[in-house]
Design a protein around this ligand. Structure first.
Ligand SMILES: [Zn+2]
Length: 260
């Protein structure tokens, strides 16, 4: 006889939705508004509907994840909101439970060296100071100093929070886009070649490490310098637009038109 998970699954799902709705209906704390305005530059790029959606996502993300300070860092709401807002910004076009597999966020005060001497998932050696890590079925780990810097500045093309959460979304299959692998492979090979020749590239040369890192590096550029990426490689831009179901270059153009 086949086990039918239907009724129980429906019950669990209904319970989850009810809890999520309760969290997102609660008033958004005034102090969190200030944090978004002062410490998350990307928040200003959104229209009113998108801002409301981001706030609902932040409220759920902050309360549903386990947050842990490492290396003596005391976790407070500012840290939670700055990191959650950037993670949610990335996933705004995806299903509302895109981060359901992520349980924990670990935060160090600044760059750290792995205390257990593990090799990073990206293959970096153990003595390299790390700004962020994302593990399959494991936590996302971040340097607070660099996460805060990423939140406050846009357009330099790098963002450690986007980078690590892009890894997480990539590993958890939260994004689907047919034909994306061919586009990614071609763009990766070109990037490796340009880097090998010592040419200046729009994408961080670190993207030449492997295809997984290339995707995370391209994500950073897609959200931080979208118009540049669209000019530089329209196919890669289009692939990322379909993956994330967002069009940040158009968002940028709309802001330029209205001057806000
Ligand atoms: Zn990486």
């Amino acid at each position: 006889m086949q086990f039918d998970p239907g009724p129980r699954m429906n019950f669990v799902r209904r319970l989850w939705h009810r809890r999520r709705a309760r969290r997102t209906r609660a008033p958004f704390p005034e102090a969190w508004f200030s944090t978004l305005r002062e410490d998350v530059a990307h928040y200003a790029l959104l229209d009113e509907d998108e801002r409301a959606r981001l706030r609902r996502c932040v409220a759920a993300f902050v309360s549903e994840k386990h947050w842990e300070g490492c290396g003596g860092l005391h976790i407070d709401d500012r840290i939670r909101v700055v990191i959650a807002a950037q993670a949610c910004y990335l996933a705004m076009g995806l299903a509302h439970d895109a981060y359901r597999r992520l349980k924990s966020i670990l935060v160090y005060p600044s760059a750290w060296v792995d205390p257990r001497g593990r090799k990073g998932f990206d293959g970096l050696d153990t003595s390299s100071p790390r700004l962020g890590e994302a593990w399959p079925h494991g936590p996302v780990i971040l340097s607070w100093r660099d996460a805060q810097r990423a939140g406050r500045r846009i357009e330099h093309g790098r963002n450690v929070v986007f980078h690590e959460f892009a890894h997480h979304l990539d590993m958890s299959d939260a994004m689907h886009s047919t034909g994306s692998h061919d586009v990614l492979q071609r763009a990766y090979r070109t990037h490796v070649e340009q880097t090998r020749l010592g040419r200046t590239t729009l994408l961080d040369p670190y993207g030449a490490t492997n295809e997984i890192e290339f995707f995370a590096v391209a994500t950073e550029c897609f959200f931080e310098r979208p118009a540049h990426l669209r000019n530089d490689d329209p196919h890669l831009y289009e692939m990322l637009r379909r993956c994330y179901r967002q069009d940040p270059a158009r968002r940028e153009e709309a802001i330029d038109r209205t001057g806000t």
